[in-house]
Design a protein around this ligand. Structure first.
Ligand code: CP
Ligand code: NVA
Length: 308
């Protein structure tokens, strides 16, 4: 049984097959009305549970639409409405859900919830974001980069801002897809040593840089994310904004990257905070392609998980 828990837990050949499959499914749908079912319906007769303990627009809609395009059905569950939010253990929830559904996608807070769900479920489990990582997003991001610029191998990715869950999955992807990553942010918000060490051990050049201008020199891809994540207390907002302001991605900063450098953001974005509208809506931005590719990448991830 294949779970999809994190990018570094899936081998590079399988990750490449997922991206190839995603591209093939994307191109097969070109020109067709959105609501059309895929000609091949690998999820026919399958029920997928989508559990959300945090808000979501893209993950919720793209998983739901993706399952339906492949002929399956979904059940969207909010953590607080389930017994999960009222004392039932994760393990028992996993065992029960496994009697009803064929696949579980969960967005949660603590990574341990995801891991326990995967340990006790008899069906595959997909990580739809935890406080620590966001692997589905980065699969879509790698797909997006390669669609625009070719192989990501050997390229320089610069992460500007908080060393958060999305940054962590970028570090995992660096290891598996063999690209280099420079983190530009304040020392207080560095990515975890574990993630940096993993990418370095895989042979990637991972740099930690406090000066944003220096960091983006030679960048092929510049990435930003919100300064306050869903798991961060709002009481830290002012401090985080003060720490992160020097790392805002604006046109001046982008002009120091390579001319053809792309800009990415997983969204939702806070315009004029971590990134300016000029960059978000500018010619190097591929943010809406990233959002679209969540759909295609996750369809391929689900097929991988179900062996279909
Ligand atoms: N990027 C992303 O995961 O968006 P949502 O929080 O809207 O799902
Ligand atoms: N780092 C953000 C990503 C949202 C998709 C968060 O966890 O809130």
């Amino acid at each position: 049984m294949n779970h999809f828990l994190d990018i570094h837990k899936t081998d590079p050949a399988a990750l490449r097959t997922i991206l190839d499959d995603a591209l093939a499914m994307k191109s097969a749908r070109k020109g067709l009305p959105r609501a059309t079912l895929d000609a091949e319906k690998p999820l026919d007769g399958h029920m997928v549970a989508l559990i959300f303990e945090k808000p979501s627009t893209r993950t919720r809609v793209s998983f739901d639409v993706g399952v339906r395009q492949m002929g399956g059905e979904t059940m969207v569950l909010s953590g607080s409405d389930m017994q999960l939010g009222h004392g039932e253990t994760i393990a028992d929830t996993a065992r029960v859900l496994s009697r009803y559904v064929d696949l579980i996608m969960i967005r949660t807070f603590d990574e341990s919830v995801l891991l326990e769900m995967a340990e006790y479920a008899d069906v595959p489990v997909i990580n739809g974001l935890t406080d620590r990582t966001h692997p589905c997003q980065i699969m879509a991001d790698v797909m997006t980069y390669e669609e625009h610029r070719g192989p990501i191998k050997g390229k320089k990715v610069v992460w500007c801002g908080d060393g958060n869950n999305v940054c962590a999955s970028f570090l995992h992807a660096a290891a598996q897809f063999q690209f280099d990553l420079t983190f530009a942010g304040p020392a207080q918000l560095d990515p975890e040593d574990e993630f940096v060490g993993l990418a370095r051990r895989a042979g990637c050049t991972i740099q930690i840089e406090r000066d944003a201008d220096k960091a983006v020199a030679g960048a092929d891809l510049v990435v930003a994310d919100t300064w306050v994540s869903m798991h961060d207390s709002q009481s830290t907002k002012e401090r985080r904004h003060n720490q992160l302001r020097p790392y805002q991605v604006n046109q001046e900063l982008m002009s120091k990257a390579n001319d053809n450098a792309l800009f990415m953001h997983c969204l939702p974005a806070h315009r004029e905070e971590e990134v300016t509208s000029e960059v978000m809506d500018g010619p190097n931005s591929v943010i809406f392609d990233e959002a679209e590719n969540r759909l295609h990448a996750q369809k391929a991830i689900m097929r991988y998980c179900l062996g279909r």
